[in-house]
Design a protein around this ligand. Structure first.
Ligand code: ATP
Ligand code: MG
Length: 423
């Protein structure tokens, strides 16, 4: 009996070569901007101890309650595939002494794992590019990081992405606000959905983050956190607004913006698009001054964000963007056994002389006609033909695959010089 075909896990998808052009474009563009601001890359393991995420993200959050891929390893230790990058970054920084009287501007890129209901823009394995800054408590860095994310969209050629900001204030301000919210929502208990009723006692702020359309009117009439802010947080927020205006970055204040993770304080922000349907948040972050201390080190102010790569790619695919071409410059056609030996050597020499040359060598034999078809399909500009005739004369015939130019013969010793202008 033939065995059935094994498919990828639900919510996890392959990124095929045709899609890769978008990924490379995005990664290169974002990396260039990050480096232009002096950010350094960090790579951490995909697996961490489960406790790290419980302690940092918060016990009563969607992620920790129901979205983590958690399992016992062969030693009986509880491990979790990282659902986000900030906790790992803090863990790595503490463990390697990166926060010791130092300012760190870090970034990372890679897959994250969340057991969510798969839908457009929402996957169980997805990718984030994240940025974390440690050691700066003042609003200038909040503004710089937001400006940098703004620059990503600009350099990628994306428009219609709007910025929403809010302030969550200090812990004390949130305690006062929490009580106001409990009073308000208790008075409207029956209008709350099941999740929100449960959260009323455990984490009432997260009710504001609910996506449930039937609750939106109730949410917009709720007391506002901005009205409870402590003086310092108010001042911090005012400064941030001033700096954003100074840098000509438009923003809206969204008093319901609380973010899905517990570790934020003061500034929170999201970049939102209307062009992707329900999953419109492409980038989100904020300030998290208590997290480093929570993970076990002396207090270190921090600010960061993560952007959803798949959502950005979906946006790029909707735009007409000139992606850099990565098809071969030349396709080497080889006919005859003797030519094969010589052809492979010739190709190696060319690659040594012209490291930037994208040269596809025909392998597998076949007629001229067949090889030309493949050359054409490869997207190469020119075909380099090595047949018995060329082998004898130590020449190469060059055929132009995209223009009407007549074919020419070039001495093999001159070939590298001849190919230079095509690169
Ligand atoms: P959402 O409200 O969409 O669930 P979130 O608040 O859980 O997002 P964060 O944890 O802040 O998101 O992650 C930052 C970004 O990563 C999001 O704005 C989004 O672009 C992307 N993202 C989050 N979860 C997923 C997912 N399951 N699939 C694809 N992208 C995701
Ligand atoms: Mg989520």
């Amino acid at each position: 009996m033939p065995s059935s075909i094994i498919q990828a896990i639900r919510g996890m998808k392959d990124i095929l070569p045709t899609e890769m052009l978008y990924w490379h474009y995005l990664e290169t563009t974002v990396r260039t901007v990050l480096e232009s601001y002096g950010y350094q890359e960090i790579r951490t393991p995909l697996l961490e101890k489960t406790e790290l995420f419980c302690r940092s993200i918060g016990e009563v959050t969607d992620i920790v309650e129901k979205e983590m891929y958690t399992f016992l390893d062969r030693n009986g230790e509880s491990l979790t595939l990282r659902p986000e990058g900030t906790a790992s970054c803090v863990r790595a920084g503490v463990e390697n002494g990166l926060f010791h009287s130092q300012i760190q501007r870090l970034w990372y890129m890679g897959p994250m794992f969340r057991y969510e209901r798969p839908q457009k823009g929402r996957y169980r394995q997805f990718h984030q590019i994240g940025v974390e800054v440690y050691g700066l408590a003042t609003p200038d860095i909040d503004a710089e990081v937001i400006a940098m994310s703004h620059r990503f969209w600009h350099h990628l050629g994306l428009k219609n992405i709007t910025l929403q900001i809010n302030s969550l204030g200090s812990n004390q301000a949130r305690i006062i606000y929490r009580q106001q919210l409990i009073d308000y929502f208790s008075a409207h208990y029956n209008a709350l959905d099941e999740d929100s009723q449960r959260r009323l006692q455990t984490n009432p702020l997260r009710i504001l983050d609910s996506k449930n359309p039937t609750m939106q009117t109730l949410l917009s009439a709720a007391p506002k956190l901005l009205d409870c802010l402590d003086i310092e947080s108010k001042e911090h927020f005012e400064q941030l607004r001033l700096l954003l205006t100074e840098m000509q970055i438009p923003y809206e204040i969204n008093p319901c913006l609380v973010r899905g993770l517990d570790y934020y304080n003061r500034t929170v922000f999201e970049w939102i698009t209307q062009d992707l349907g329900a999953q419109g948040t492409i980038c989100a972050g904020g300030r998290y001054d208590q997290l480093v201390e929570q993970i076990g080190k002396k207090p270190t102010p921090a600010f960061g964000f993560a952007l959803g790569v798949e959502r950005l790619i979906a946006l790029l695919q909707q735009e007409t963007i000139n992606l850099p071409n990565n098809s071969p410059h030349a396709y080497l056609i080889i006919v005859g056994d003797a030519s094969t030996r010589h052809g492979l050597r010739l190709a190696e020499n060319l690659r040594s002389q012209l490291p930037q040359l994208r040269l596809l060598t025909h392998c597998g034999g076949g007629s001229f006609k067949n090889q030309f078809k493949r050359a054409d399909k490869s997207g190469a500009q020119i075909a380099l033909v090595l047949g018995e005739d060329e082998l004898q004369k130590q020449e190469i015939t060059i055929k132009y695959l995209r223009t009407d130019q007549p074919q020419i013969c070039v001495a093999q010793t001159d070939l590298a010089d001849y190919l230079k202008p095509f690169i």
